[in-house]
Design a protein around this ligand. Structure first.
Ligand SMILES: [Zn+2]
Length: 314
């Protein structure tokens, strides 16, 4: 009766054949949302009746719930068949798609619709309650954005400061986390580390004062001083440097640099989602994961609390 474990289309043809109707899409979302079977959020009853229009009715208390309520598909006027195609393109392209690219491939009339759709999907790229990084983790800050413009008398904000954490995996990189931070003070850096790195881990940073409180927060702090060191910063923090270089290339490549600072956190989430799954060979599996996370009800999305400063496009 329920989905076989990780049941997903293998290619575009399978997707088109399988999800050609709203009912087929809804059925799939239903099974992703309640993998162990329906459970009424109100009375706990496990029996339900389909009501049409994407609603199910609880057999215990008559409560009606939409399979898309509380998910990224809530309140969308776009058909689910279109959403599924969008998710397919986002998941199947190694570097993702720009809003313009998606507009073209889906034949959407409006650029704004494509942009909003992508933006909503980025919300699904952060798994609620995802694990924190652990083991040995490099942490550093970086500036992301275009070149500073020489504007006289007025400071134009064209760059955003981000904090980056990269897990060591032998000589390679494990998982990463990135987030905008208002400045490089301890007040900004400590919450970042605490949100994304498991206490007890070794946190490897440069000698910046903002990292000094780490020891008192339950981390093992390893410091490499850049000053007076014959090695360059990229050699001393190779994983963070590589992650940032790839991020910049992705922003310039896939998105042609057309990302506003205001929305940068969402792009950082997308980049992280792709980076952490870069070794996954199956694109269909990414499609499955993304839809699975899209129907997972997210309590308070963290990024709604933290905004990037700056308002200039870069
Ligand atoms: Zn009920």
């Amino acid at each position: 009766m329920f989905l076989a474990v990780e049941d997903y289309p293998r290619d575009l043809r399978e997707l088109e054949a399988r999800f050609s109707t709203e009912a087929a899409c809804r059925e799939y979302l239903f099974q992703l949302r309640w993998p162990d079977g329906f459970r009424c959020p109100r009375c706990g009853e496990t029996k339900s009746w389909p009501k049409g229009d994407g609603l199910v009715r609880c057999a215990g208390c008559d409560y009606q719930i939409s399979v898309t309520a509380g998910t990224v598909f809530q309140d969308s006027r776009l058909p689910l068949t279109l959403w599924f195609r969008a998710v397919w393109w986002v998941a199947s392209q190694k570097n993702g798609v720009s809003a313009m690219g998606l507009q073209r491939v889906l034949g959407l009339k409006s650029y704004k619709t494509a942009w909003r759709l992508l933006h909503k999907l980025r919300r699904a790229m952060v798994r609620p309650g995802r694990d924190r990084l652990s083991g040995r983790v490099e942490v550093d800050e970086a500036l992301v954005g275009g070149e500073e413009e020489g504007v006289h008398g007025r400071q134009r904000q064209t760059k955003a400061r981000i904090a980056v954490a990269a897990e060591e995996d032998g000589t390679g990189i494990g998982r990463i986390r990135m987030r905008c931070i208002p400045d490089a003070s301890a007040d900004s850096l400590m919450p970042f580390v605490e949100d994304y790195v498991e206490p007890g881990s070794v946190v490897h940073t440069d000698g910046w004062l903002g990292y000094l409180p780490l020891k008192g927060r339950g981390y093992r702090h390893e410091v490499t001083f850049l000053k007076g060191n014959s090695k360059s910063a990229s050699e001393l923090m190779p994983r963070v440097y590589l992650a940032v270089a790839l991020l910049k290339r992705w922003l310039m490549g896939t998105h042609q640099g057309g990302v506003s600072l205001e929305h940068l956190n969402a792009y950082l989430d997308e980049f992280t989602f792709r980076f952490d799954r870069r070794k996954s060979r199956s694109r269909g599996k990414l499609f499955y994961r993304l839809l699975e996370q899209a129907v997972a009800v997210e309590p308070v999305p963290y990024k709604s609390l933290v905004k990037c400063s700056g308002d200039q496009d870069f």
